[in-house]
Design a protein around this ligand. Structure first.
Ligand SMILES: [Zn+2]
Length: 217
């Protein structure tokens, strides 16, 4: 039988480990040694979809969680993955995207047009105000927005991009998954699955006309 004194000592030690974990570098990883790249959509419950506890603070901490519009590979996603993989003990990457994504719901060219209509000079945008060295070529803005044509295709491509990136070591486990918003269930990305017929995996299935700016091949 453990005494209350022993239990309290363990609890204090665990709290100290939690608080100072990042100072331990690769020896103080998150619980599952995991980095998750996920869409920011409020309808996608990352913890439920992956069966982990990433958002829960104390007692959770399973993953470093990076969310952006679409859950796509961007320069900041690469930056974050590079840090957690190379310096903080992370050994696995999961990419999580979903049907009915806002990034399927409009054409990137139209979004660019709308911003231009508001008088914004999209050819001269500080992509990162603290890093003026990071610039877009003229005419690349619509592509930079990253609207998708097909979520399964994009998910597969994002996994490939991470797999082939020089800042991500070859022995890191990387997988991509699709959360079906309509059915609240997870599936592997699949370009031919019959199940796609009843979900919203493409911009066309969400009523978008025309081809997206050519970011996804
Ligand atoms: Zn989304």
């Amino acid at each position: 039988m453990t005494t209350l004194k022993e239990q309290l000592e363990q609890r204090v030690a665990a709290t100290t480990e939690w608080e100072t974990r990042r100072q331990a570098g690769a020896n103080g990883p998150n619980m599952a040694h995991l980095w998750v790249l996920a869409c920011m959509d409020e309808r996608m419950p990352v913890d439920e979809a992956l069966g982990i506890r990433a958002d829960t603070p104390v007692g959770g901490g399973d993953a470093h969680l990076f969310r952006n519009a679409g859950g796509i590979v961007t320069d900041d996603a690469i930056r974050s993955a590079m840090l957690t993989i190379n310096f903080f003990g992370t050994r696995e990457i999961v990419v999580l995207q979903h049907t009915g994504c806002g990034m399927l719901s409009a054409n990137g060219h139209d979004l660019e047009k709308a911003l231009r209509g508001q008088g914004i000079d999209v050819d001269n945008i500080p992509i990162d105000p603290s890093l003026p060295e990071l610039t877009l070529d003229k005419g690349a803005f619509a592509k930079w927005i990253g609207m998708m044509e097909d979520v399964d295709k994009t998910c597969i491509q994002c996994v490939d991009q991470l797999r082939n990136h020089p800042l991500i070591p070859d022995d890191i486990t990387i997988s991509g998954w699709i959360w079906e918003t309509e059915f609240r269930r997870l599936r592997a990305p699949d370009l031919n699955a019959p199940t796609r017929a009843v979900s919203q995996p493409t911009a066309a299935s969400m009523g978008v006309k025309g081809k997206q700016p050519p970011r996804w091949k």
